[in-house]
Design a protein around this ligand. Sequence first.
Ligand code: FPP
Length: 250
Amino acid sequence: MRLRIPEHLAIIMDGNGRWAERRHLPRIAGHHRGVEAVREVVSECRTLGVRYLTLYAFSSENWGRPEDEVKALMGLLVRYLASELNDLCARSIRFRVIGETDRLPAEVAQVLRETMERTKDNTSMVLTLALSYGSRNEMIRAVRSLAGEVAAGQLTPEAIDEERLNLALDTAGMPDPDLLIRTSGEMRISNFLLWQLAYTELYFSEELWPDFSRQKLHEAFAVFARRQRRFGLTSAQVADQDVHSEENCH
Ligand code: FPP
């Protein structure tokens, strides 16, 4: 049987610190191994046909971590992007960023801009990193920009609907995630894509992020494939829709 693959997969990569602490290593060693897991998951998602992969790499709250850890994470990010650029292009992966990127160091912002520019015409998959990202902050920035348009007389309050708000969010143009994976056994959303996750299937894995492998991704997809997404309808209505959409495929 062919596995049903989510069109948009979002991941909260959690547990790097604990992975390192369990081995009596500095936390940054866990982030290093976390980058290896990122490589494996990006590659496998591309192979399996995921169209959008969104990774929570650095939250608004992560700015409060010890300065050396923040610096090390920024350095890892710059090195990751520099080392992956050719591969992203070879595999036609477009790179995007969501979050309050003004807060990032200039060197990081520069690498992000270059990577986005160099990959902007790629079409096989969109890899989005959430950096300095918090969902409430994203919503506040979106609401402010809409309020600005209303104040300038370019928009009426009545014209603000779901579609208009979607366009004002950092994720404009992306479908909502079909599946969210969070690793390390924690069962929280932690201010990630709160608006966009309204109907997303949630999957919590016990693995710490550095141990999250291709195999674990397949297990998550297998669970996702068995779930019936109802979007507020009844099971019978959804079954009926499935029959019709299969008929339309032939
Ligand atoms: C959570 O583990 C992970 C992060 C805060 C950062 C995720 C970053 C990476 C995987 C590496 C850099 C990313 C890219 C894309 C190059 P934690 O430190 O909160 O773990 P803990 O909960 O066990 O302390």
